[in-house]
Each structure stands twice: as C-alpha cells, then as structure tokens.
Write a protein that binds this ligand. Sequence first.
Ligand code: FE2
Ligand code: FE2
Length: 382
Amino acid sequence: MTHEKRPVIIYGGSFDPPHRGHAALARAALRQLKPSALYLVPGFRTPFKDYRPAPFAARAALLRAALGGAGLGGRAEIKISSFEANLRRVVFTWETVAHFKKLHPGAPLYVLMGSDCLAGFGGWRRPEAILKSASLLVGLRPGHSIKKGGIPFTALAGSFPEADSTAVRAELFLGRRPAQLHPAVLEVMGEKALYLSRERRLLEGSLSPRRYAHSLHTAELALSLAPAAGVPQRQAALAALLHDCARDLSPAAQRRLCPPRSPHLAETLREAPVLAHAWAGAALARKKYGVEDPEVLEAITLHATGAPGMGPLARLVYVSDLANQGRTFHEARLVRELAAVDFEAAFRAANYVKLVYAFAGGGWVHPLSVGLWNSLQEKKKN
Ligand SMILES: [Fe+2]
Ligand SMILES: [Fe+2]
C-alpha cells in the first residue's frame, strides 16, 4: 500500500479566528508534501494563552469558510479534528502526535507551524517525544530566522506572514473587518453572532449614534489596556461595550430597572439621578444581553461612581470610560497617557479627575466615589 507511506500533517492552533496566514501555511504544506491527510486541530485552550477561545463548533465553521475562501474547500485530505477540543483541557502537542500516530501507523508524521513557534519549541512539553514520532514542518515568518543547526525540521518553501490574532480579535470585537480575514469568514461570524456581533447589533439599535460611538471608544481603550489590567480580552470588550447600555432609556425606565437593594439607591435617585443608568445598565445587560458574568455586571454597575474594592475589570471600564479617545478634555488625555505606562496610577488619577469635577460642580458627591478615594489613600499608607 503506497497510501500508508504518504505523509500525514498535524496543524494545531487556537484558530481564533482562522485567518489568511493559516490557509497559506496549509496550502503550502499540501503542495510540498502531498500528504494523505492534513489535520487542522483547534485546541480547547492553548497552554500559552489565558483566554477561552470561541467554541469548537464555531471555529470549525470559520475554518471551513477560511479554507473555502482560500480555494481549499472540498480538498479531501483536509480534515478538521475535534481531538483536542473533545478533551476539554489544555492538550499538549506530544499527546496529539501520539493520537495521530496511532491513527496512521507507518505514515510519516509532520507537525506544521510557523517559524515563530519553532523558536519556543524547546520549551514545549516533551519535545523529545514529539521529535521521536514526528518531524517539524516549518513555514518562515518574516522577521524570524529559520537557521538549521538546533532542532531538526523541514522547511516549507515560501514566506508566511503571521497575523497577530490578539489584534485581529480586538478589531472584531469593535465591529471592524480585519484584512487578515477572508470575507467568507466574516460572513460566518455574522451569521453565528460570534465575537460579540449580536451584542453590538442590539446596542447600536438602542443607543444614539453618539453614545454608541462612545461605547466603541471605551471598548477600544479597554481592549488596549486589558493586558495591563490583567483582564481577558473578550470580557474587557463585553463590559466596555455594554457599560452605558441603559443610558438612553427614559429616567423612569432606568429607575424601574434599578434593583431595589442597590447601595445608596434612594439618595442617588434624589441627588444625582443620572448615575442610576449604571445600576440599570447592569440589570439590562442581564435581561436583554444575557450577561451572567458577575465581573461584567460589577463593571457596569460601578463604572460611573467607582467603589472601594472594585475588581480588575471594573477598574478597567472605569478608566476606559473616562479616558478614551472620544473624550476631548485635557485630563482624559493625561489619564490615557498615564494608563499606557502605569494602569494602577491611571485608575487613581481617574478617580481624582472625577472627584475634582464633582466637587467643582458644588453639589452632592456620591458616597461610593468618595469611598473609593479613601480606600486608595489607605492602600497607599499600608
Ligand atoms: Fe455611563
Ligand atoms: Fe460611558
């Protein structure tokens, strides 16, 4: 059987989302090795990233769209494998290699990757076990060297630019159309309401254009500060997008949405009713957008006043709401610049700026905002 001697290629990754770079690497591998099978293996979670990717079924649909868009649709050798996703945990490449070795005894196995991954290969789990059963098949990324000498590998002909998946996802969360994605992939995303497209659609329908633009600006800054604030990307985008979701409802409708046991509710409604949109927003996020994540709900609840002890996501939205690109006042720019170098300092500065404005107005100042200020001073002393 000549069949068994044909190579089998394993291509793992998060594919969140699958982009033109993935398709180009797969195409080159097919052309060069003429394998009997090329398995695309979306991971349940990768060992290197702290985020949860989109569900497997969604990524499989996106992968099919990406392959179709790249002219690889209907190629019988290409298979999307649920092996890693079904295990519902971080799966290491040596385990995936062992799985496909059992499935294709006697066939030469290859693990496909970009040269950026090759650089870190020595740090993978059980690299020797991988190399015992498989060869590495490596596509050159511009800016990465692909020198022979260390780890043995087979080089793919050509050069394969890598898209920055984190940046691509950030664009998707903001409703943009990253050029690294084939239009067919974007279409499936819309159909399947992925990357918060359903939330954005609902939000756009219920806010004024100005307020919707403000929500996108807030999400844009939140996404760029998320790593510094220690917050997962999707959570940052969701909370920032929805923070003002109740802002354009009538005061009466906002009041009806406020949970009766919200702290300081009666005096807030009496002294500064505009702040009620934050409590109402959390309730609406739950009711209309199906948000159950308590950290997202906390971030929406506290975005206007702040509060002592607020969590990382709430801090992120608090800063991003005040300091985003759409804010034209001088202090917003200062806080934004500070956030780029020291997120915690920017958080304290945001509280300061908000209080100064409140005191300058000469009226009642929300006890939670003052409480936040006091809690930050106590922290400094300790
Ligand atoms: Fe607000
Ligand atoms: Fe806002």
